[in-house]
Design a protein around this ligand. Structure first.
Ligand code: 6R9
Length: 653
């Protein structure tokens, strides 16, 4: 650990909205008088009908439920667009930068003002209505990082349709599972996507996915033209986005919706079973996204805010779209990847648009760091004033590099810990209030009460390490797992009764700083993407030659964690290089490229207890090449398998 502390710079302490005293005061109030605190904070939104109730939430089984501002009414899209029109109709709402820069034929970016965003969202909302989409219907959005992704989300929000964004890197199988789980009636996609100069066959993937569905669900597929490639359009089912919106009125009154009406479903991986549909609702989520965007990033009107996450993930939902636009910000959307056409791309975009605030994942920073400083230092970056990190623990080396090289020592870094389930940032520095320790997410956001507990649920005090739980509800908390409220309760509230269990381990130091140490369940974090080891295992065992598979994470220099798969073949099948490659391709096809196994080790047997439980602890140790401390293996049904696993350990980097 690195114990360097970076104090709040003097100009930040003076200018920032939240300084040390203000943080202490507001944090105290948020816990001691939450009613007053949230009544005031929720005024950042426009309510069509004011709420009288604040929180009616309980984590206990008998009274279980989460609800905020429940008798209030509002429209999320009007909060993100309409209310800004008078003051900033001509201000850019979205700046879009294409995959390739102009000199490589990528064309110029697009700048969409609030007035233009209003028109685009109204037209699409009317278009959705013309296709029969009504409040409560589910709409799957499978788009690249283009403005139509944000427009589609906001158009759904405008009429109370529930969007489910599926990341553009997911396979037809993964799309089908997500569409089926929430019975989407409509899919919005594009002909093709472009990422790092490569074409992604989005519409073809949707066509494949639709063949896998059973039962009637999807009625229409709306196709945005991105590359103009001629794609298959099924008569009566598929229609052009451009033609649909051209035929609509540019005005669509914002529906009056309830604070607890669903806003979106976003699928995320857990330790067991298939991905869960995390459900967020209107009022609490938007209050939380807007509040954290303002305080964590110290956002000031007129600034250009760039969150480099894809809208397919929660970070893109809350900070590319909802939090930013609720605050009248200019949000930058970049279609491409950090290393195309070269390793300067991020920093050139920052210069091109004079970005003030930049927020990215450690995995991207590590990949850029190893290419050397010149790619960064040949750009100016003078506009930058604040940097952010999200998605996984940031190692102190990457933090220091980000601070010293990218930010030239002048920009604080906010390392924001949160989850799909939490809606927005939960444990995070605030740049004017927090002395920074590289690698620590530091202190809780207002209203967040973290605790560290041991395996038996005993609360640990002082400097210690344990499992991270949250003792009370906050407005941006997920409300349920789509279609399975019982699973919601059981997944998060039964490990430690009456508390929300995050699934993360955490250390608290003597100064009270929180340091997230990573997942303590069977979830791995690969390049900031969450994945259940069970998902990769079930993809592997779906292969005709695989009898059994166990997947663990292991430390990976660039990705944070890599995927290490132990595979036992059927009796008559033999290991080979060709089969290894085939299995890697198989998993990519089943789930998507983000699930590509880094290592596959063929294993004649897996270490199991006598009751048949795979001892993952041992598999993790072997994957980490930490074979000197395998611990007690005497309870295994067949302890000899361990020797074979160690002897044949694959060359994980
Ligand atoms: C926002 C997002 C959530 C999991 C979470 C934790 C890890 C996220 C982190 C972090 C350490 C940070 N995580 N931010 N770990 N420091 N700043 O990433 O949501 O995709 O649901 O992942 O990511 O393990 O539990 P999601």
């Amino acid at each position: 650990m690195n114990d360097h502390v970076y104090p709040v710079p003097a100009d930040w302490a003076e200018r920032a909205k939240i300084n040390k005293e203000r943080y202490a005061e507001l944090y105290r109030e948020s816990l001691s008088n939450p009613d007053a605190f949230w009544r005031r904070e929720a005024q950042r939104l426009d309510w069509q009908k004011p709420f009288t109730k604040v929180s009616e939430s309980s984590f206990d089984e008998a009274t279980f439920g989460i609800s905020w501002f429940s008798d209030g009414q509002l429209n999320v899209s009007a909060n993100c667009i309409d209310r800004h029109l008078a003051e900033r109709g001509d201000q850019p709402a979205i700046i879009w930068e294409p995959d390739s820069p102009p000199e490589m034929g990528g064309g110029e970016g697009r700048i969409i003002t609030y007035a233009q965003l209003h028109e685009a969202v109204c037209r699409l909302a009317n278009g959705l209505k013309s296709l029969g989409i009504r409040k409560g219907d589910r709409v799957t959005i499978y788009l690249p990082m283009i403005p139509e992704a944000a427009i589609s989300m906001l158009a759904c929000a405008r009429i109370g349709a529930i969007h489910s964004v599926v990341f553009g890197g997911f396979s037809p199988d993964s799309i089908a599972n997500r569409v089926q789980d929430c019975d989407s009636r409509l899919i919005i996609t594009a002909d093709e996507g472009l990422r790092g100069g490569k074409v992604v066959p989005l519409k073809a993937n949707v066509d494949e996915a639709l063949k896998l569905l059973h039962g009637p669900t999807v009625e229409k597929v709306v196709v945005v033209t991105r590359t103009g490639a001629g794609v298959w359009m099924e008569e009566g089912r598929d229609l052009s986005y451009e033609e649909l919106v051209a035929a609509q009125s540019p005005d669509c009154p914002a529906d009056v919706l309830n604070a607890e009406d669903p806003l979106f479903i976003l699928y995320t991986s857990g330790s067991t079973g298939k991905p869960k549909g995390v459900l967020h609702t209107m009022g609490g989520y938007l209050t939380w996204a807007s509040m954290t965007h303002e305080y964590v990033f110290d956002y000031r009107p007129g600034e250009i805010f760039w969150c480099a996450a894809d809208v397919g993930w929660v970070t893109g939902h809350s900070y590319v779209v909802y939090g930013s636009l609720a605050n009248g910000a200019t949000t930058l959307m970049y279609e491409g990847v950090p290393n195309f056409p070269d390793f300067s791309r991020f920093w050139q975009i920052i210069d091109k648009y004079q970005v003030q605030i930049f927020y990215a994942a450690p995995t991207a920073l590590r990949a850029l760091m190893r290419e050397g400083d010149d790619w960064v230092t040949k750009t100016s970056r003078a506009s930058l004033r604040l940097l952010g990190s999200v998605g996984e623990p940031i190692n102190p080396e990457a933090w220091e590099w980000y601070h010293r090289v990218v930010g030239e020592g002048r920009c604080p870094i906010v390392d924001t810990w949160w989850q799909t389930e939490t809606g927005a940032a939960m444990i995070t520095p605030m740049p004017g209030a927090t002395d920074l320790k590289p690698g620590s997410a530091s202190f809780p956001m207002f209203g967040v009460e973290p605790q560290l507990v041991d395996g038996d649920g005993h609360v640990l005090e002082g400097a210690t390490e344990g499992n991270l739980v949250l003792t009370r509800s906050w407005p941006g908390q997920m409300r349920t797992v789509w279609g399975d409220h019982r699973r919601f309760f059981e997944t998060y509230f039964t490990t430690y009764r009456g508390k929300y269990f995050t699934g993360d381990g955490c250390r608290r130091d003597a100064d009270g700083y929180y340091w997230i140490t990573g997942r303590v369940d069977d979830v791995i974090n690969v390049s900031g993407h969450r994945m259940g080891t069970a998902e990769v295992e079930s993809a592997l065992v779906a292969h005709a030659k695989v009898a059994e598979a166990a997947v663990v994470g292991y430390p990976h220099d660039l990705k944070g964690q890599g995927i290490y798969a132990y595979v036992t073949l059927n009796a008559n099948d033999v290991p080979s290089e060709a089969l290894r490659r085939d299995l890697v391709q198989w998993v990519r096809k089943e789930i998507g490229p983000i699930a590509t196994p880094d290592v596959i080790q063929f294993a004649p047997g897996l270490p199991k207890t006598r009751s048949g439980k795979i001892m993952r602890r041992i598999l993790r140790k072997i994957a980490e090449n930490d074979v000197s401390s395998l611990g007690d293996t005497s309870t295994l049904a067949d302890p000899s398998v361990v020797a074979d696993l160690v002897a044949n350990r694959a060359g994980a980097s």
